[in-house]
Design a protein around this ligand. Structure first.
Ligand SMILES: *Cc1c(COP(=O)(O)O)cnc(C)c1O
Length: 232
């Protein structure tokens, strides 16, 4: 994909984000764009950063480490959005400002342990699998409160909110109930006032469904294809 195209795509996406937020009666600045650069080369990230993107989402640890080093830009943030294995936590805490996909106490403990070693409090989101599809990572709604209370006891992680991946439909409207449910769970956790836990962020919405996600309160949309083109 040419550089012009990345810039044009970013401009078009930002416009759509701003319109969706405005239509929802929200302030567009509440919706942050995570440019999902997995499988795409460092050059694509450099181009996107030159066109104003400042958060990049990656799914694979080694790829992200190599790319972050190649890009070497202190003004951009890297977010981890893929499935994280506990034995990779020591690498993840070094690279990522936010890990969107924490789905077990075991993983949260390992992240906390590794973050402590480098004097960091790692920001995380808890991933919930609302549809309970086997193919998706994340904990069930029912497990959410218990897991968040347990994580709140850990010294070097800080929960900022929740993340979900709904089932895929061709009609974005059909995913809206899943986004709405994530917001309801977030609101419910908020009312519990659990120490050390904030629920300011909702990571939901991708290329095919970010507008309904913004309508339901998304604060991080994770968009790859519409910026960088197909990965296949
Ligand atoms: C790949 C990926 C995305 C981006 O998907 P697109 O459809 O290309 O926008 C978003 N979130 C997660 C968790 C992903 O793995």
């Amino acid at each position: 994909m040419s550089n012009e195209t990345i810039k044009d795509n970013l401009d078009a996406i930002r416009k759509r984000i701003d319109k969706a937020a405005t239509d929802a009666g929200r302030n567009p600045s509440e919706v942050k764009l995570v440019a999902v650069s997995k499988i795409k080369p460092a050059e694509a990230v450099i181009e996107a950063a030159a066109s104003g993107a400042d958060i990049f989402g990656e799914n694979y640890i080694q790829e992200a480490i190599d790319k972050a080093e190649a890009v070497n830009n202190p003004n951009i943030a890297w977010h981890f959005i893929g499935h994280l294995q506990s034995n990779k936590a020591k690498f993840a805490v070094k690279v990522f400002d936010l890990i969107h996909s924490v789905d077990s106490l075991k993983l949260a403990k390992e992240i906390s342990k590794q973050a402590k070693k480098i004097d960091k409090v790692q920001k995380i989101l808890v991933q919930i699998n609302i549809s309970m599809e086997d193919s998706k990572s994340g904990i069930s709604e029912e497990e959410t409160e218990t897991l968040i209370r347990e994580i709140s006891q850990l010294g070097n992680v800080s929960v900022q909110g929740l993340m979900t991946m709904p089932p895929y439909y061709n009609e974005p409207e059909l995913v809206a109930p899943y986004f709405k449910r994530l917001r309801e769970i977030s609101d419910m956790i908020k009312t519990m006032n659990i120490e050390n836990i904030t629920m300011d962020e909702l990571s939901m919405g991708m290329t095919g469904d970010f507008e309904p996600a913004i309508m339901e309160g998304s604060t991080y949309v994770r968009i790859g294809t519409a910026i960088f083109g197909s990965r296949y």
